[in-house]
Design a protein around this ligand. Structure first.
Ligand code: ADP
Length: 280
């Protein structure tokens, strides 16, 4: 079996990663999820999920609480298997190769397919050390200060923190902490960023700042975002996956389409009912 080429030989400069929009390049799928079932012990949490994420696109995952949104994104970088009893069936391809193949190191995978969580979780370290953390453990040979600055700039946080890089990250506001966590995730230059309700602990102003940032990051990364906020999904994403839960509590994909279509002319009555707020 071919070795999955997860790491680039050197960390690239993000400035070189600009690429034309997906429409101009035809179908170029970074992640392809095929017939995915995910379990917690005997509980089938999501069943028969099929979807594809285009390079440099933002995919929103929406649906009522408990339909398996978090479970789905945690499968994409093999975090699901960290839960006792967590296992999957089906396949998840990253750049055409199976992330669950025996030759894939899940730790390495998670640095290529990064994750930002609901509650900002900076380490109890300085702002600088938070962003430098992943670079150091990956043995980055370049200029760490330069990489930290680049990541903070990309996360739209540099101007606010450049004079206090040595101060504790825990002293930042919630919105700043979340941008710091995004800076930490992008410092090691992943290809995909998974975001699990990244704004749900933030006020509306901080939420809009993160949404602007997500749109900006799309130029360099492929992003999946779980959100319970319909307006957010409509504002930020290019494509939307709508999940619901069946009578056995298993989440299933009702519809996956362009966000515009999901929000203006969905194919399924259930989608329309959900996005118009007729149930939640
Ligand atoms: P959502 O993100 O849409 O709210 P989740 O992915 O968190 O949904 O949960 C999907 C299903 O999996 C739910 O039935 C939930 O109770 C179950 N579940 C989630 N996490 C665990 C866990 N750690 N152990 C057991 N069951 C879990």
């Amino acid at each position: 079996m071919a070795t999955l080429n997860l790491r680039k030989p050197t960390l690239r400069s993000v400035e070189t990663r600009e690429s034309p929009p997906p429409e101009a390049r035809g179908a170029d799928y970074v992640m392809e999820i095929k017939n995915l079932n995910a379990y917690y012990g005997d509980l089938l949490a999501i069943k028969d999920i099929n979807l594809r994420m285009r390079r440099n696109s933002i995919t929103a995952v929406i649906g009522p609480s408990g339909c398996g949104k978090s479970t789905l994104v945690r499968c994409l970088n093999r975090m699901h298997e960290l839960v006792p009893g967590g296992r999957i069936e089906g396949s998840i391809l990253f750049n055409g190769e199976d992330i669950n193949a025996p030759n894939v190191d899940p730790v390495e995978l998670r640095s290529t397919i990064g994750m930002v969580f609901q509650k900002p979780n900076p380490f109890p370290k300085s702002i600088f050390d938070n962003v430098a953390f992943g670079l150091r453990i990956n043995g980055y040979r370049g200029d760490i200060a330069e990489a930290v600055e680049r990541s903070l700039r990309q996360a739209a946080l540099w101007d606010e923190v450049k004079d206090r890089l040595k101060r504790s990250a825990l002293a930042l506001s919630g919105g700043q902490q979340q941008r710091l966590c995004i800076a930490r995730a992008i410092a090691i230059e992943p290809e995909v960023i998974l975001m699990d309700e990244p704004c749900s602990a933030l006020d509306p102003i901080a939420t809009l700042a993160i949404e602007d940032l997500i749109r900006e990051l799309r130029k360099s990364y492929t992003i999946a975002i779980v959100t319970h906020n319909m307006q957010q999904a409509a504002r930020v994403s290019d494509e939307t996956a709508f999940l619901m839960v069946d009578e056995d509590r298993a989440g299933f994909l009702v519809e996956f389409d362009s966000t515009e279509r999901i929000f203006t002319n969905p194919s399924h009555q259930q989608t329309e009912a959900y996005i118009t707020g007729r149930f939640s």
